[in-house]
Design a protein around this ligand. Structure first.
Ligand SMILES: Cc1ncc(C[n+]2csc(CCOP(=O)(O)OP(=O)(O)O)c2C)c(N)n1
Length: 610
């Protein structure tokens, strides 16, 4: 996927007349974004439709906003600047990856465009997406006209890369659909970003997520410093004795209604630049926040201990316009100003780092002895692939010694991320690994999406016939109800075939067959699914035989230790097998020297699991 090919078809000298949505698409191409995806919804739809007509950027509709975001994350990880578009309610659908993406950050820049619909012209609710920026602690830009929509996209991408964060670009109907002049700028020159595996950054299991969470809190304060300096946050001098804080199209309404006011115009409206707010208060005796929908800025100003007026005058519903703003504020602004208090900026306290409890051994989380997920990881590690992981017991496969997963974002993210990654690189560079319960939770839609968008890759479903991580609950694939009675069960393989995909089921305990299936699938064109089937070892009562060590043959090479089974431990001269062994036999298959075998089997290490 070549970046920005043909963008010079749009000469920099020629002024364009674009809607906000078109300007965002043009701005993305100018910023070197080569991948865009989204799900349609008014008022956002034309962004992707425009991108699809421009050269230098690949644009695709996804099955929904969650999958679109996960696909864009995959492309960003692969090193391609990526944009994802949706309407405000779409961000609810994408909220699961969105919230954790704040922690993982990005590789190449990633911009999420959410278009709000104040007044519900064509939506089921009225929702202020800005709350999501605060919720996820990520930066947000709010353009107020088409030129800014165009310009802010490049700023959003550079913020994204500089601060290792997704960036929210919030539009509203009037901006998205209104038209204005856009002076094209010189295309941004990009430094190529290759993919580098970074498990502690991209695999959000608790011990890594805690570290990244601290990074997020620090990043927020660094970003606040950037918001102070940002040329998009402008203190505009006036002659009136009151000031207005506004962002997005609300700024244009307020500007027209009160041309003499002082203004703090916020282009980068999250995090709020406290210093710039304070400077406005030094100039005027009264401050008003003019914003559509929620008192998003107003509440933050109030939290600083500053007297401010907002929603007691400005409607908290529907679209504003200059008349509404004028009529709402005129009576208040003609009254005497209230007394002013000094702003206070309290420092945020930090929790002390957790300390180990004296006397208790440190037990790192680990896959159970005999867990057959381990076989899949052993087979995957032999391939040059970026395995995109998911959430379940198997997320532990990312930890040492296995180190077999490159990402873990949220339930169901693996397939979309794999699809985006491979699409960005144009080859089968990533695979997706997810559990059976996760597959039914949110793996079906990205699989349909991957088929529709002709994604390349390999999906491995670790089918242990249960939701093991949360305590062995049933799911549609098992048909088990909460009272353990049996209901109808969905056939996973038939489901995948029904979508139109190749699909094979392999016994995960048969390492040779699993490895061969993996090879066959990776050699085949396009996308296929392997179901690695083996009931969770905790649900199987009988032990499958005892494993013994041939002390003469074992040379402590470490191959069996690398599969991370807690029943195998290194000794002075050879490995030892503890009582925790379930006899799964994976170590027998892994050992190249025939040093491990089933007790009583003829020829040490020569036979597989009974
Ligand atoms: C949105 C969401 N809902 C619920 C959970 C809790 N949860 C984590 S993993 C998981 C399912 C794991 O089952 P499966 O994919 O079959 O993997 P297994 O643990 O059996 O290996 C659940 C329900 C979550 N992390 N996120």
């Amino acid at each position: 996927m070549a970046a920005r090919v043909g963008y010079n078809r749009c000469p920099v000298e020629r002024t364009l007349f674009l809607s906000g949505n078109e300007a965002i698409a043009h701005g993305a191409v100018r910023a070197g974004a080569a991948f865009a995806c989204g799900y349609p919804g008014t008022p956002s739809t034309e962004i992707l439709e425009t991108a699809a007509r421009l050269e230098g950027i690949h644009a695709q509709w996804c099955v929904n906003e969650k999958v679109a975001l996960e696909t864009a994350v995959g492309a960003s990880l692969a090193g391609v600047r990526s944009m994802v578009t949706m309407k405000h309610v779409g961000l609810n659908v994408a909220a699961d990856p969105f919230m954790t993406l704040s922690l993982t950050g990005v590789n190449a820049g990633l911009v999420i465009v959410s278009a709000d619909d104040p007044g519900m012209n064509s939506s089921q609710n009225e929702q202020d997406s800005r709350n999501y920026a605060k919720f996820a602690k990520i930066p947000m830009l709010e353009p107020s006209d088409s030129q800014e929509a165009y310009d802010f996209v490049a700023e959003a991408f550079s913020l994204s890369e500089e601060f290792d964060t997704p960036v929210l670009l919030r539009s509203t109907t009037r901006l998205s659909h209104g038209r204005g002049q856009v002076i094209p700028r010189v295309p941004v020159e990009l430094v190529p970003r290759g993919y580098e595996r970074d498990i502690s950054k991209y695999v959000m299991v608790p011990q890594y997520a805690r570290l990244r969470n601290r990074f997020v809190l620090e990043r927020l304060e660094t970003l606040r410093g950037r918001a102070e300096e940002s040329p998009f946050n402008v203190l505009e001098a006036g002659t009136a004795e009151f000031g207005i804080i506004a962002s997005g199209v609300a700024y244009t309404y307020a500007r027209e209604a009160f041309p003499k006011a002082w203004f703090l115009k916020l282009g980068m409206s999250h995090p709020l630049p406290y210093g710039k707010v304070a400077r406005l208060y030094q100039q005027v005796s009264r401050v008003v926040v003019v914003e559509e929908l929620d008192p998003f800025i107003e509440e933050q100003v109030r939290a600083l201990g500053l007297p401010v007026m907002g929603k007691e005058a400005i409607p908290a519903e529907g679209e504003l316009d200059q008349d509404i703003v004028f009529r709402a504020l005129e009576p208040f602004l003609s009254r005497r100003p209230p007394r002013r208090r000094r702003p206070v900026f309290p420092p945020a306290p930090r929790l002390a780092d957790p300390q180990p409890v004296a006397g208790l051994p440190v037990r790192p989380p680990v896959l159970c002895a005999g867990c057959t997920h381990r076989a899949v990881f052993a087979a995957l590690r032999r391939r040059k692939l970026a395995p995109m992981g998911d959430i379940g017991c198997y997320a532990l496969g990312a930890l040492p010694p296995l180190l077999a997963l490159d990402s873990c974002l949220c339930m169901g993210a693996s397939i979309g991320m794999m699809a985006g990654f491979n699409k960005a690189l144009g080859r089968k560079a990533a695979a997706a690994v997810l559990g059976d319960s996760t597959f039914f939770h949110s793996g079906v839609t990205p699989l349909i999406d991957a088929f529709y968008n002709e994604a390349d890759g390999l999906v491995i479903v670790l089918d242990n016939r249960t939701t093991a991580m949360t305590g062995h609950q049933g799911h549609p694939g098992t048909g088990l109800r909460p009272d353990r009675s049996q209901g109808p069960a969905v056939d996973l393989e038939m489901l995948c075939r029904g979508i139109g995909l190749r699909c094979a089921t392999v016994a995960a305990g048969d390492y040779g067959a699993l490895d061969a299936a993996l090879k066959a699938e990776l050699d085949a064109p396009g996308l296929g699914v392997i179901i690695a089937l083996a009931p969770c070892v905790l649900m199987v009562s009988e032990k499958r035989g005892a494993i013994v060590v041939d002390e003469e043959r074992c040379n402590l090479c470490g191959l069996c230790l690398d599969i991370g089974c807690p029943a195998i431990a290194p000794g002075d001269d050879c490995v030892s097998i503890s009582d925790g062994c379930t006899g799964c036999g994976l170590c027998v298959e892994i050992c190249r020297r025939g040093a491990l075998s089933y007790a009583g089997a003829s020829g040490a290490g020569s036979e597989g699991a009974p």
